[in-house]
Design a protein around this ligand. Structure first.
Ligand SMILES: NC(=O)c1ccc[n+]([C@@H]2O[C@H](COP(=O)([O-])OP(=O)(O)OC[C@H]3O[C@@H](n4cnc5c(N)ncnc54)[C@H](OP(=O)(O)O)[C@@H]3O)[C@@H](O)[C@H]2O)c1
Length: 334
């Protein structure tokens, strides 16, 4: 039987008694999940979470089978919501996208309108997906940190897991906003890349004092933490008075231990960052990404690969071999 005329390529994550697996397939519109907005996907990306999902290394997928891909950018094909019309350039991310609802690893996506944002003025779909959920989360972290007192003249900002997606964008947007950014990385050979994004100093994770005293020397007014685990515990103990730590990720682990002393003697603030936001917050953050938090080096941060290389890209991210943002161009697939 020939495939339906509306068929399009997708990368589907499935579960079976032998485990989680992912493969290219063809879907049709009837396979898409419900939603008000249908998008022709031009670009998607491979996040740490996508790599965990597609390889089964993390329990990410909540509904099998599921098209992977937690972010995408493209053009609206159809909309039942007055906020969007055919031809609009949009970015889609967060909530159930690529987790419990078919995601961005397909030439077409149908999603609730609240998961969609217009591209900021002057921003291309490629730039928007280079930001994607990683860039959104970086900007949200800075927005929340500034609400908690972060300011360029108060001291240095540490960004760990520095070559990662969230961290690369964080370095770029903090530096262009006038902050002094110190990049901490397990890949010191990438120092030149990190400096080119705006880091004023690069420290190898192995050289960062891990001290175990309740209070360590006060080094940082702010920190963007992609790691969690022991590095987060150490970080909290070395914050300045009124310092702010944004907890974003868990690349190094889930649990951490620290002391209450940084909180009660230095007024340190530990804030949680979750990108599953309501429309008003999403609009606010995307507006800032298009204006005062707009990064300057997205072309340097992005590694753009063709659709056919998606599985290899997922393996590279899962193995910790990727740098910055891994973007997939669906050009030939759409
Ligand atoms: N809160 C939210 O809403 C939200 C949104 C997006 C992402 N996240 C989370 O944020 C984290 C970063 O995401 P991402 O997409 O930027 O990931 P990524 O691109 O894979 O970057 C993570 C970075 O962490 C470092 N790293 C990796 N494994 C490590 C380990 N075992 N120990 C210490 N460092 C390690 C590496 O940087 P170096 O080699 O340079 O040190 C790596 O590049 C993830 O945990 C992700 O799930 C959360």
């Amino acid at each position: 039987m020939s495939p339906p005329t509306d068929s399009f390529p997708a990368y589907l994550i499935s579960n079976s008694p032998s485990g989680v697996s992912a493969a290219f397939t063809d879907l049709s519109d009837a396979d898409l999940d419900p939603g008000e907005v249908t998008v022709r996907v031009q670009y998607t990306s491979v996040n740490f979470k996508d790599a965990l999902a597609a390889t089964g290394k993390g329990k990410i997928i909540r509904r099998f089978p599921c098209v992977g891909g937690i972010d995408a950018a493209g053009v609206v094909e159809a909309s039942g919501d007055p906020r969007f019309k055919p031809g609009d350039g949009v970015v889609v991310h967060s909530h159930g996208f690529g987790v419990s609802h078919h995601g961005g690893y397909a030439a077409r996506a149908r999603v609730p309108a609240d998961w969609v944002n217009h591209l900021p003025p002057g921003m291309s779909a490629l730039e928007a997906v280079t930001l994607g959920v990683a860039g959104y989360t970086a900007a949200l972290a800075v927005d929340l940190m500034e609400l908690n007192g972060l300011a360029p003249d108060k001291g240095r900002i540490l960004v760990n897991g520095a070559t990662g997606g969230v961290a690369s964008v964080s370095i770029d947007l903090l530096a262009q906003r006038g902050y002094q950014v110190v990049a901490v990385t397990g890949k010191p050979s990438e120092a030149q890349y990190l400096r080119s994004l705006g880091a004023s100093e690069v420290i190898a994770s192995a050289d960062l004092p891990a001290g175990a005293k309740p209070l360590e020397p006060a080094l940082w007014q702010g920190a963007v933490d992609s790691l969690g685990g022991a590095p987060l515990g150490a970080l909290i103990r070395s914050m300045q008075r009124e310092g702010v730590v944004a907890s974003i990720g868990n690349a190094a682990g889930l649990d951490f231990s620290t002391s209450v002393m940084p909180f009660i003697l230095r007024g340190v603030r530990l804030i949680g960052v979750n990108s599953d936001n309501e429309p008003a917050q999403r609009e606010h953050v995307w507006k800032r990404l298009g204006t005062d938090l707009r990064p300057r080096h997205l072309a340097r941060i992005a590694r753009v690969l063709p659709w056919a290389q998606l599985p290899a890209a997922i393996d590279a991210v899962a193995a910790g071999q990727a740098r910055g943002r891994t973007v997939i161009d669906l050009g030939a697939a759409g």
